[in-house]
Design a binder for this molecule. Structure first.
Ligand code: ARG
Ligand code: GLU
Length: 709
């Protein structure tokens, strides 16, 4: 009873406009939020955060590659991001003798800093509303295809003009489903060097078990430095390059934050879907997620069992498991969150009020009905595709079969065929070493995921292979064992003598054959046609729908969905109630690390040096007023993937933390934000500095920073 009234109340009081603390706001338009932010406790101005004429906080924030955020903390180009963002550069620069992943890395001099090939740091120079120019000549009668083409042409011209005669790069992105366009003029730095990273058992403490969870004790940070040419401009790596002098670097506060304190996160959130209709929410959270979760359950169970057998196996599967488990866990939280909030019903209630509003507005009257029609056609196709990516492509043998099949596309050209075979041969060895083409683990994953998909009715092509589960299983095992892909010697021989006409042998290989059949069933041309058509239609309908919602609530400030552009999210440090009778306080400490310590479990090993500091309470100036060593804190800032590494700032715009995760119970915030449950997780900057200074003895790095005590 209570539940029903609460839901109804929710549906009534939560219209489509942003809730308290919800939103990822555009820096250039932050003036609209200034009053609310100051009311919430902020003591600086919108102009301190984004200002086109003066150095401001935005000059201290960078996009780290294309998926994380970082922030400058010294006038020597030093910046901070997450350990999991720098992960690739930490591992790829590690060797058995210099295992930086396990033991950490600290450059004790500039010479020791490690160049990271391919890594970029992007600073926003300025942004501009270019809607009028982008949409020039386009009206309601323009077809979607023409629209896309015209926009592309305009974007090329506008961005070209904007950066002419400069070293900048410009991008233009759609906002509000193409109702608005903003241009970002960026400066892209290409000489970025690794400066420091804590050992894994600090930077990834708690591993996948603690991932997405509170209470959390992960020291998830790493440090890099941007170098530029002598002229101060971005340049590729050269030993003559000099440290970049940012226009602005962040001041670090050691005062910390307490429950109720204002904070904001300034970074690059990747994707949210705040305004989608109920069909999309239902498809994603209630249909797709459970499929993905079930299939990843199968894979994770097999990998984890193998990992428990030996340290070598643990290493072998660690990064694979980390990436599979990250989405797997998030989706579980997301689906539970949507269910708990009756998200789909809430959406339907919103849509009802929209329809009432739209009934006498011809432009909007049919938009919801049309969306429904398109989702009806699109959803079943999308589910098939989910099965393909999560089941067909779950095993290493299928990844290899896909590649093998590509080789067979060169019919009749011997020279090309030899080239392909040589390439295939070249990485064959690596493939057999890194992947698992003849291990019981991959075999089991292959068989079980196909079997599951068949049971759900998504692999009808297996019906002809036998009657009943046992027969299908036997068939699948046969495919695995008979395929030459699982036999290194046979593969070697075949590839060395490969000629174009041998393509027939490839396509007859049982694994390749199965791949071809599964692919043909999933990607029927008529499905692709329908899917493309629906996607376009939905794109256009969403543009109309979102414009309509904004007209329906003309006095509200709508935030645009995240699209990997710089945003500001603000809120408060706050605990929450994840379930009945449980209250989570908003910060964690080193005591919690010692509580979790377990020398037998890899993810919970505590370094002797850290224990020593703990035992002697040698926290220096980094302790909080209670004498504890704070590690992480949670707040109501609305964040998502891409916000990793984002600076978390206090009311005065000083750095107090580094964002690195969200609480599991609130991961539905990409679709639906709930102030009672949605919390971002940040590393307390004091723990970060404590590790650099006291743990690693890299005091010279801390001395570069601007710190207020
Ligand atoms: N959940 C965090 C973020 O997406 C951290 C992921 C890395 N950590 C891990 N244990 N896998 O994305
Ligand atoms: N760990 C995420 C990232 O890599 C942030 C967590 C989230 O909010 O999705 O961006």
């Amino acid at each position: 009873m209570k539940k029903i009234t609460l839901t109804l109340l929710f549906a009534l009081v939560l219209p489509v406009v942003a809730l308290a603390d919800e939103g990822m706001w555009i820096p250039m338009l932050l003036g609209r939020n200034e009053a609310a932010m100051q009311k919430a406790g902020m003591r600086i101005t919108a102009k301190d955060i984004y200002d086109i004429n003066n150095a401001c906080l935005k000059d201290a924030v960078i996009l780290f590659n294309q998926g994380c955020t970082g922030e400058f903390v010294s006038d020597q180009g030093l910046f901070l991001t997450n350990h999991h963002c720098g992960y690739y550069y930490i591992t790829s620069n590690s060797t058995v003798e210099h295992d930086y992943l396990t033991h950490g890395f600290w450059a004790m001099s500039r010479e020791q800093e490690i160049p990271c090939k391919g890594l970029t740091a992007t600073r926003l120079v300025r942004m501009e509303d270019v809607t009028r120019q982008v949409l020039q000549g386009i009206d309601d009668n323009t077809s979607e295809q023409d629209r896309e083409r015209i926009i592309k042409q305009h974007i090329a011209v506008i961005t070209g003009d904007a950066v002419e005669g400069t070293h900048y790069k410009a991008v233009i992105k759609p906002f509000y489903y193409g109702n608005q366009y903003f241009m970002y003029v960026n400066e892209v730095f290409t000489d970025v060097r690794l400066v420091g990273a804590p050992p894994s058992n600090i930077g990834k403490f708690g591993g996948d078990t603690d991932n997405w969870m509170w209470p959390r004790h992960t020291g998830d940070f790493s440090m890099f430095r941007v170098y530029v040419g002598k002229d101060g401009k971005p340049a590729d790596y050269s030993k003559h390059n000099v440290p970049y002098k940012p226009l602005k670097h962040l001041t670090i506060s050691l005062k910390g934050v307490d429950e109720g304190d204002f904070t904001f996160v300034f970074g690059y959130p990747g994707t949210t879907q705040r305004y989608v209709p109920h069909q999309q929410m239902e498809l994603q959270a209630l249909q797709e997620n459970p499929i993905r979760i079930a299939l990843r359950d199968i894979r994770l169970n097999h990998y984890k069992a193998a990992m428990e057998q030996s340290p070598a196996q643990r290493l072998k599967y660690a990064s694979k498991v980390a990436s599979i488990a990250n989405g797997w866990k998030k989706w579980q939280g997301e689906t539970l969150g949507i269910q708990r909030l009756n998200g789909v019903d809430q959406k339907k209630a919103q849509e009802k009020t929209f329809q009432q509003w739209a009934d006498n507005r011809p432009e909007y009257r049919k938009v919801l009905a049309d969306l429904d029609e398109n989702y009806r056609a699109l959803s079943p196709i999308e589910l098939k595709w989910v099965y393909f990516s999560e089941a067909v492509m779950a095993s290493d043998i299928m990844a290899r079969a896909r590649r093998f099949n590509q080789m067979a596309q060169n019919i009749g050209d011997d020279i090309k065929a030899r080239e392909d075979a040589e390439k295939f041969l070249a990485d064959n060895e690596k493939f057999f070493a890194d992947f698992d083409l003849h291990s019981p683990v991959d075999r089991a994953i292959f068989v079980e995921t196909f079997l599951y998909m068949w049971q759900q009715g998504y692999a009808p092509y297996l019906d002809a292979k036998g009657k009943g589960e046992a027969a299908i299983r036997k068939h699948l095992e046969g495919v695995y064992d008979k395929s030459m892909l699982t036999n290194p010697k046979e593969m070697d021989k075949f590839l060395k003598g490969y000629k174009a006409k041998d393509y027939e042998k490839i396509v007859k290989d049982p694994a390749v054959d199965l791949f071809i059949v599964a692919h043909a069933y999933t990607y029927r041309p008529e499905d692709e046609f329908t899917f493309d058509l629906c996607r376009r239609n939905i794109g256009k309908l969403m543009r109309t729908y979102v414009r309509g919602m904004m007209q329906q609530y003309p006095d509200s400030n709508f935030f645009p969905d995240a699209n990997l552009t710089l945003r500001v999210a603000y809120g408060h440090v706050q605990g929450f109630r994840p379930k009945d009778a449980v209250y989570y306080t908003p910060y964690s400490t080193l005591d919690g690390i010692m509580e979790k310590e377990n020398p037998d479990i890899y993810d919970y090993v505590v370094e002797p040096r850290l224990k020593e500091l703990y035992n002697t309470k040698d926290y220096g100036r980094y302790a909080n007023l209670r004498g504890e060593m704070p590690v992480a804190f949670i707040a109501t800032n609305h964040t998502t993937g891409g916000n990793s590494g984002s600076p978390v700032l206090n009311a005065d715009g000083q750095l107090v933390g580094i964002n690195f995760d969200r609480c599991w119970e609130g991961t539905m915030s990409d679709l639906l934000f709930d102030p009672a449950y949605c919390r971002n997780i940040s590393l307390d900057i004091r723990y970060c500095l404590f590790i650099i200074d006291k743990f690693a003895g890299a005091r010279h790095l801390v001395d570069e920073m601007t710190i207020v005590e």
